[in-house]
Design a protein around this ligand. Structure first.
Ligand SMILES: NC(=O)c1ccc[n+]([C@@H]2O[C@H](COP(=O)([O-])OP(=O)(O)OC[C@H]3O[C@@H](n4cnc5c(N)ncnc54)[C@H](OP(=O)(O)O)[C@@H]3O)[C@@H](O)[C@H]2O)c1
Length: 216
């Protein structure tokens, strides 16, 4: 059983990660800007207030935990620009302040910087709207930053191109730098199975200091 703190715990992906962690017997702290947004109650769930952009808040949320998960997002493109890469820096600064006691970090990433079967990057596909490109590149900037960090243990997990609420099958595939796609070219994963992949990585770390991707 691990002690897991989750930023973004009331979001679409973060709430699935919280549910999966509780389902698998972990102790979870949901770290949210507005605790009233967490309506779920569970004997192993604690709710605390925190802002991922405040390193002191990160430090306090992370203290005494085994793993810190960040599933934060910024809504539209400009919101992501203001949130994603600054959050990466704040998370690392807050964890650094805990020195040897810092838990490992698992951050929800983006699919834009993954390679498609023809070798191009997802975000180079023609016709992508500007708001989506901003989100993809915000995640790319955060990943570039994480890759400069060697004194905090981090992992970034990029979802498939499409991630939405669906079924928990427990079956998914992983890749390193490639978009995980089916034979027909579609790339998708349910938020429930993405959450399974996050908790699998927590229970059996295989991607310390690197990004990996998951999908069907
Ligand atoms: N295919 C892909 O690559 C793909 C697809 C979907 C999502 N994603 C990424 O996955 C992440 C999560 O997506 P989602 O759909 O679950 O987003 P979401 O439902 O909008 O949830 C975002 C969460 O972030 C929290 N948050 C934002 N700023 C915060 C701050 N300063 N401090 C603490 N919490 C903060 C929000 O809390 P409040 O309620 O307080 O605002 C919310 O809980 C995003 O980064 C998104 O870009 C990637």
């Amino acid at each position: 059983m691990s002690q897991i703190a989750v930023f973004g715990a009331n979001g679409t992906i973060g709430s699935a990660i919280v549910r999966e962690a509780l389902h698998r017997g972990h102790q979870v702290t949901a770290v949210v800007r507005d605790p009233a947004k967490i309506t779920e109650s569970h004997p192993s769930l604690t709710v605390t207030k925190g802002d991922v952009l405040d390193p002191a808040s990160v430090r306090s949320a992370a203290a005494g935990r085994d793993v810190l998960v960040s599933a934060v997002g910024g809504g539209d493109g400009p919101g992501h620009l203001a949130t994603i890469e600054p959050a990466a820096r704040s998370l690392v600064e807050g964890l650094r302040a805990l020195g040897d006691q810092a838990p490992r970090l698992i951050s929800v990433g983006g699919a834009g910087s993954l390679r498609t079967p023809d070798g191009s990057l997802v975000w180079d596909a023609p016709g992508l709207p500007e708001w989506l490109l901003q989100i993809m590149h915000a995640h790319g900037d955060a990943l570039d930053y994480y890759r400069t960090v060697s004194d905090v243990s981090w992992t970034s997990l990029s979802p498939a191109a499409t991630i939405e609420p669906g079924e928990r099958t427990g079956d998914y595939r992983t890749a390193q730098e490639q978009l995980v796609a089916a034979a027909d070219g579609t790339s998708r994963i349910s938020v429930e199975d993405y959450a399974v992949a996050v908790i699998d990585e927590i229970e059996q770390p295989q991607h310390l200091g690197e990004r990996f991707a998951c999908g069907y």
